[in-house]
Design a binder for this molecule. Structure first.
Ligand code: NAD
Length: 427
């Protein structure tokens, strides 16, 4: 099939590349000319394992091309919208990028096409996009919702082997085309109306965020009474109604480009439609509290942070990505600096993005380099390389063997035996 993908971010680029890998001819369009010129040279503009190899292979096979020009969409049967939908300061979803793209699509349509919303958008956006296109284009077209569930860090695998594909449309012609595109995929299809599809995406992300806040609340109780939250989560997950894959990971709270903004976005939809907010407001509050409690743990060990040197391991919101959007580091580092601490940070791939955000942070070449002469180590992201580190080396480099771990990557008993003051979450 001949398809276009508008927006070459984490979702658009990965989706476009995967559709090309499956034999489609894909044109990826972005207004960011720097990004497009990198992509034309086969360079991925962000870190995602396996992406660059797939990108180059499909470019060489002439199935994948990149442009800043919207002209090419006129020959596409399916046009994906995959631009950002960030939060506005009041929590509303900023639909201006989607709006702009819809208006631009309308100016370039010349024949029937299915416009597919892959961006995460509030319920009702399908109708909004249809109305915008109709203002300019009088020909036949359809709008479908097809939310994306890939996770940064495993985006290619998630995109090629999703748990499910959600298709929101009640139009037969559009459905046949989308089903044809997804024919090579071996997973359940959820075929429903547009509004239901839009809500499935928000409800899924809000539920995952709720699981994190839930276990974080339990972790607070575990700390008070001397229980172990990891073992509590393990015991819970063995109940089939909860499940082994349940997202019950206590830590420093959820972050990233999706959960915080999607919880806010769903709250705004609930408000707009005069529904009660209870649970999601609590999810946000617990998430905020969890980071404050983490800062308190550091303060308890260092009542005076002035001129203390703190090594930070991990800046991205999770491992295997260089994405810092709403990462815990973005809250924790400035708070420590505010209290007078000097920060030396290390992250395997996110330091180039961190340099655009943080002021007065020293960046170390390696994880162990960051420790040299530091008063303690603070772990904010659970990268595998941190888990495998030699504890003797750790002890040798730090001026005091103190670790405050926001991701529970080490065994507390082992750390105690090795002479560390080791503070983690809920145990
Ligand atoms: P992103 O910010 O990484 O990328 C968005 C891209 O759209 C940018 O390259 C930007 O230049 C481009 N763009 C903006 N306006 C444009 C225009 N008028 N024309 C062409 N291109 C334009 O965003 P993302 O992380 O890929 O997220 C995209 C959507 O997918 C969001 O709604 C997000 O919630 C959703 N989503 C994201 C993830 C994720 O893990 N990042 C997962 C599932 C769903």
């Amino acid at each position: 099939m001949n398809i276009s993908v508008i927006g070459t971010g984490y979702v658009g680029l990965v989706t476009g590349t995967c559709f090309a890998e499956l034999g489609n001819t894909v044109t990826c369009i972005d207004i960011d000319s720097e990004k497009i010129s990198l992509l034309k040279r086969g360079v991925a503009p962000f870190y995602e394992p396996g992406l660059e190899e797939l990108l180059k292979r499909n470019q060489q096979a002439l199935r994948l091309s990149f442009t800043t020009s919207f002209g090419d969409i006129s020959s596409s049967t399916i046009i994906f919208i995959a631009v950002g939908t960030p939060s506005r300061p009041n929590g509303d979803v900023d639909l201006s990028y989607v709006e702009k793209v819809a208006a631009t699509i309308a100016m370039h349509l010349k024949q029937y096409a299915v416009i597919v919303n892959k961006s995460t958008v509030p319920v009702g956006t399908g109708d909004f996009v249809r109305a915008i296109i109709k203002k300019t284009y009088s020909g036949e077209f359809d709008v479908v919702s097809n939310p994306e569930f890939l996770r940064e860090g495993s985006a290619i695998e998630d995109c090629l082997h999703p748990d499910r594909i959600v298709i929101g449309t009640t139009n037969h012609k559009a459905l046949v085309l989308i089903q044809e595109l997804y024919k090579p995929f071996n997973c359940p299809l959820v075929i429903t109306n547009i509004k239901t599809a839009e809500i499935i995406k928000y409800a899924s992300n809000a539920f995952l965020a709720t699981s994190i806040s839930f276990i974080n609340q339990i972790s607070q109780l575990c700390e008070e009474v001397g229980a172990n939250v990891e073992e509590v989560a393990h015991g819970m997950k063995l109940d089939k109604r909860i499940g082994k894959q349940a997202f019950l990971r206590a830590g420093i709270g959820y972050g990233g480009s999706c959960f915080p903004k999607d919880v806010k976005g769903l709250l705004q939809s609930l408000k707009k439609h005069r529904c009660s907010l209870g649970i999601l407001e609590a999810v946000e509050t617990i998430n905020y509290t969890q980071q404050q409690l983490f800062l308190q743990k550091i303060n308890k060990l260092f009542p005076l942070l002035q001129d203390k040197k703190i090594a930070i391991w991990g800046l991205s919101f999770k491992p295997k990505t260089d994405d810092l959007r709403d990462a815990p580091s973005v809250t924790i580092i400035p708070a420590l600096q505010q209290a007078g601490a000097n920060i030396v940070a290390y992250d395997p791939v996110a330091m180039h993005n961190a340099k655009k955000i943080f002021k007065k942070v020293t960046y170390a070449k390696t994880a162990t380099d960051a420790l040299t002469g530091s008063d303690c180590l603070v772990i904010l992201t659970d990268w595998d390389e941190f888990k495998q580190v030699d504890k003797r080396e750790l002890k040798k480099r730090l001026t005091q063997p103190i670790i405050i771990d926001g991701r529970n990557i080490y065994d507390p008993e082992e750390m105690k035996k090795n002479g560390f003051t080791y503070v983690s979450i809920g145990r």
